[in-house]
Write a protein that binds this ligand. Structure first.
Ligand code: ADP
Ligand code: MG
Length: 483
């Protein structure tokens, strides 16, 4: 659903293209053997190469290349067998080389596409323009000393994948769906952890506006937006700013802007450099990267089932609704949990239990499914007890809460607490008779046409049985006795 901005001169369409920087999961950096792990003391992970000591030579990390190929395959994209590392020249205090090694004309991954789910239940393809490998920069720290800045080079030289989309995204909701989908795919592939709050995934958002049917307008690039919420807000504000500007007779300048979440506005950072300002040229310290088909095939053979395939399979194999399927596949461990819990049981019932009960209580306690005190097998067993009428669905909810607290198996709790469902019709009949005898007025009213009282009788019988009477048997007997 394309987002429309209502202006004074009519409706405007919002056009967006994204550049996502994703930090590659690898033990060491793109061109050095230093650790690429997060959280070490400042400058504890800086080799001579990362510090750009004269004469140091970069050596390409095979693992990072493999991760880029994996990602390309997961994005349904072309893997380029020949690619070239290029120097992108610019000065930055946290970039000691004075240039960033990146890829320019010949990226490792070419065109691809991914499917995103829209709020109205439909789907749409977003084109991927390219993915290239590049070095991350270090971090300047300005808040530790009144007159000095410090630099931490731990991140300097870590591998990033820059994933560039086509300008196919039409509004803030689609942008959120896109970034969520990219993150989900990278996490499935285990090529990036997708943690935006730790900076391992960040987005540059290119925004322009146009009247429907017109050519694309001039874009502004909002840099380093680091949460999905911020992406949505930045787009809303930037698109509105552009419409107001154009409608007041001014023109949009192509520039880089920053999103300020406190002031809720985008702000000009610098006018956009033309690409040639960077003086890209092939890095003379590195050979072109030539990849063999055999290796690509090997990597392809190790790809997991990806989110879209999994979703379609869950819908077909288990008869789930598209909504339930998409909740269950949102994280790989969650999908695996579901499949184990559903094994040998009613899959729709299992989906309800995972989504409503388990995710509900985990959310409440700020946990994810990996820390669930109830295992998938245990949840499956609980579902089995409902299916074979050992307990009612209602009692099962109490059993579940107890399982969550104690870690005990459902069957153990049912026995310990005597929660077994009463299906013996003789016993239930006795309770029904008692309830009828105790409530002559209500019986008369019911027989006089107050049908709604039926629920009252069911409630009374259930209460007498402490919730253990089989509800179907109760209904049947009451119907018979009340005529
Ligand atoms: P640069 O190298 O300056 O960042 P690119 O050509 O690589 O420029 O494009 C960067 C991003 O801008 C891409 O994601 C692309 O889809 C997006 N983009 C290009 N034109 C527009 C436009 N008119 N409106 C919105 N996004 C755009
Ligand atoms: Mg760019």
């Amino acid at each position: 659903m394309a987002q429309i901005i209502q202006g004074e001169t009519g409706e405007w369409e919002v056009v967006i293209g994204m550049e996502i920087h994703a930090q590659v999961i690898a033990n060491s950096k793109l061109f050095s053997g230093s650790s690429a792990n997060f959280g070490a003391a400042p400058n504890a992970q800086v080799s001579m190469v990362d510090a750009a000591m004269p004469g140091m030579l970069p050596v390409l990390n095979k693992k990072c290349v493999e991760q880029a190929i994996r990602t390309g395959l997961g994005l349904n994209a072309q893997v380029n067998k020949h690619s070239v590392f290029a120097r992108k020249n610019y000065f930055y205090p946290d970039l000691p080389q004075g240039y960033q090694i990146s890829q320019y004309e010949h990226p490792i991954i070419g065109e691809g596409k991914i499917e995103i789910d829209l709020l109205d239940g439909t789907t749409k393809y977003i084109g991927i323009t390219r993915l290239h490998l590049e070095q991350d920069a270090g971090k300047s720290i300005h808040d530790q000393h009144p007159s000095k800045s410090y630099v931490d080079l731990n991140r300097s030289g870590c591998a990033l994948m820059e994933i560039v989309s086509e300008p196919d995204i039409r509004g803030a909701d689609e942008a959120a769906a896109y970034i969520n989908k990219i993150r989900m795919i990278l996490r499935y592939l285990e090529t990036c952890d997708g943690n935006m709050d730790e900076g391992s995934m960040r987005a540059d958002v290119n925004v322009s506006v146009r009247k429907a049917g017109n050519e694309y307008g001039t874009r502004a690039e909002v840099k380093n937006v680091n949460s999905v919420k911020a992406v949505v807000q930045a787009i809303e504000h930037e698109a509105r700013r552009q419409v107001d500007l154009i409608e007041s007779g001014k023109t949009i300048v192509q520039e880089t802007r920053l999103w300020d979440p406190d002031k809720m506005e985008t702000r000009s950072m610098r006018s956009k450099e033309e690409a040639h300002d960077y003086r890209y040229f092939p890095d003379p310290d590195l050979l072109p990267l030539d990849i063999e088909q055999e290796w690509i095939d090997e990597i392809k053979a190790t790809l997991p089932e990806l989110p879209d395939e999994k979703k379609h399979r869950f819908i077909e194999e288990f008869g789930l609704s598209p909504y339930d399927a998409s909740v269950l596949i949102a994280e790989r461990p969650r999908a695996a949990f579901y499949e184990t819990a559903a094994k040998g049981h009613d899959p729709k019932m299992a989906a309800n239990w995972v989504i409503n009960e388990l995710l509900g209580i985990l959310n409440k306690h700020g946990k994810t499914i990996i820390d669930s005190p109830v295992s998938a097998k245990q949840l499956g067993e609980l579902i089995g007890l409902i299916a074979d009428d050992t307990i009612s669905g209602k009692i099962a909810k109490d059993v579940f809460v107890e399982m969550y607290k104690s870690g005990k198996d459902a069957a153990v709790i049912v026995e310990e607490k005597g929660l077994r469902q009463v299906t013996d019709t003789g016993a239930i009949e006795a309770l029904v008779d008692e309830v009828i005898a105790e409530n002559p007025d209500n019986v008369a009213a019911y027989k006089g046409g107050k049908d709604k009282l039926f629920g009252f009788f069911v409630g009374q019988v259930m209460k007498k049985s402490q919730g253990k009477a089989n509800p179907e048997a109760v209904n049947k007997l009451l119907k018979e006795k009340l005529g």
